[in-house]
Design a protein around this ligand. Structure first.
Ligand SMILES: Cc1cc2nc3c(=O)[nH]c(=O)nc-3n(C[C@H](O)[C@H](O)[C@H](O)COP(=O)(O)O)c2cc1C
Ligand SMILES: C=C(O[C@@H]1CC(C(=O)O)=C[C@@H](OP(=O)(O)O)[C@H]1O)C(=O)O
Length: 412
């Protein structure tokens, strides 16, 4: 079983993540993780915090001379901003009362922001200072998830599975529809998206998205959007229809929905499919030469395949061997420079919500978080299905499965 835990507050000393259940012998270097951490930090619409941080991972355990040992991999990412917040966020008890004047950071936050976890968290944990909530509710935590996802990605890559992600919409601006159908060149779409400041592979839409973000910033407002993640080279048979919590569609939905700000998840044609008759939604089954973007069991690449991929590579909670296509809808960020009305926790008087330094739109950065979560769920499913204490055992089990599919489902 593969699992991970994260810890850390946004302005505390740093974030930690422990990844447990990896096979021994997986090549893993900090640079591969740092690459994903850097990607998570860039995107038009980011606030000033991303200029302060330079996220780098320190691997504390579970890896020796670049190879995993099978023991838990513990990693730490420092918060550079902690230097400014040391007095506010110091885990040690203060010596004497904290001064309340002067540094604004020391003042309790008592005006909960609608849309963030502020009020719900303060009620739940009985806090008078919303800082105790927002520090952990902050999406700063997603840096730790990206580190765990980068490890998962390494495992998947060693089995020929890769992931790409891109922005489909920001606010009302949508990219030219590119998803769903088979035959999309995902790698070139992703490299175009990667070169775009909003991580969108459609250059015209990307321009309009940047304008929309700039306009929202000028108005003191924020924007959400839709992102898409595609996993390529996924073998059929991951997940299962036999029990609700083994369905891979459900596990992917939970992983994506858990990203702060995500309010909707689609698999394949998702909500659009609900508006169409079955005859134009399901993917007919073919047999013969399998296109390169789909998984084929035998060396000659003959087998079952689909000319379309409206299912997003999942039927009955099980992968079909087609690209896995998932989308997440992110709401606009809750911290507004032109704040909404709220009520002060202490006085109960109506007032305006607290204003903190904030991103204007985080959808381009959330793409990297979503890739990490999808990588994690797929790696979990791979480890569940194929097991193995070493990478060699795991790869051997995948190879045996491939041979079994070729033997029993290959050319007749
Ligand atoms: C990468 C990323 C960056 C974010 N940055 C901000 C931000 O700067 N300001 C903000 O108010 N919310 C930000 N959010 C969203 C909040 O964390 C989120 O709105 C909050 O947790 C409440 O969302 P929920 O109702 O989905 O939990 C960000 C989310 C992500 C994924
Ligand atoms: C720190 C990150 O994102 C933060 C997520 C966030 C929120 O409310 O979720 C609020 C902002 O934090 P700050 O108030 O320190 O500027 C973002 O910068 C990060 O992604 O690493």
């Amino acid at each position: 079983m593969l699992r991970f835990l994260t810890a850390g507050e946004s302005h505390g000393p740093g974030l930690c993540v422990i990844v447990e259940g990896l096979p021994a012998g997986l090549p893993l270097e900090a640079e591969a993780i740092d690459h994903q951490l850097r990607r998570r930090q860039v995107g038009h619409g980011s606030g000033r915090r991303m200029q302060i941080e330079t996220d780098r991972v320190e691997i504390l355990s579970g890896v020796r001379h670049g190879l995993t040992l099978g023991s838990p991999v513990a990693m730490r990412i420092a918060n550079r901003d902690f230097e400014r917040w040391r007095r506010v966020m110091d885990p040690a008890p203060p010596v004497g009362p904290l001064p309340t004047g002067g540094d604004w950071r020391l003042r309790p936050v008592t005006r909960p922001r609608p849309g963030h976890a502020d009020l719900a968290g303060a009620l739940k944990y009985d806090f008078d200072d919303v800082r105790n909530v927002l520090e952990r509710a902050s999406a700063r935590e997603t840096a730790a998830r990206v580190a765990a996802g980068a490890v998962a990605r390494r495992l998947l890559e060693s089995l020929g599975i890769s992931l790409v992600g891109h922005v489909v919409a920001i606010g009302p601006v949508r990219a030219n529809p590119l998803s769903g159908g088979a035959g999309v060149d995902w790698h070139s779409l992703a490299s175009q998206a990667e070169a775009s400041p909003v991580r969108c592979g459609d250059p015209l839409a990307a321009e309009a998205m940047m304008r929309a973000i700039d306009e929202a910033r000028a108005r003191g407002d924020t924007l959400g959007g839709v992102l898409e993640v595609v996993a390529l080279g996924v073998m059929p048979g991951l997940g299962s229809y036999v029990h609700w919590d083994r369905r891979l569609d459900g596990r992917l939905a939970m992983a994506l929905m858990s990203i702060p700000g995500v309010k909707g998840v689609e698999i394949g044609d998702g909500f659009w499919a609900a508006t169409q008759p079955g005859s134009s939604v399901h993917d007919p089954i073919a047999y013969g030469d399998v296109p390169a973007d789909q998984w084929a069991a035998d060396a000659r690449r003959r087998g079952f395949w689909r000319p379309s991929n409206r299912s997003g590579g999942l039927e009955g909670g099980v992968t079909t061997g087609q690209p896995v296509v998932v989308r997440a809808a992110m709401k606009p960020l809750s911290t507004l420079m032109q704040p909404l009305g709220t009520v002060d926790l202490r006085t109960r008087e109506p007032t305006e919500a607290a204003v903190e330094r904030s991103d204007v739109c985080a959808v381009p950065r959330a793409v990297v978080v979503a890739e990490a979560m999808v990588a994690w769920v797929l790696a979990e499913a791979v480890v569940d299905k194929f097991g193995g204490d070493t990478l060699e055992d795991l790869a051997g089990a995948v190879e045996a499965y491939r041979r079994r599919l070729a033997r029993t489902r290959g050319p007749t």
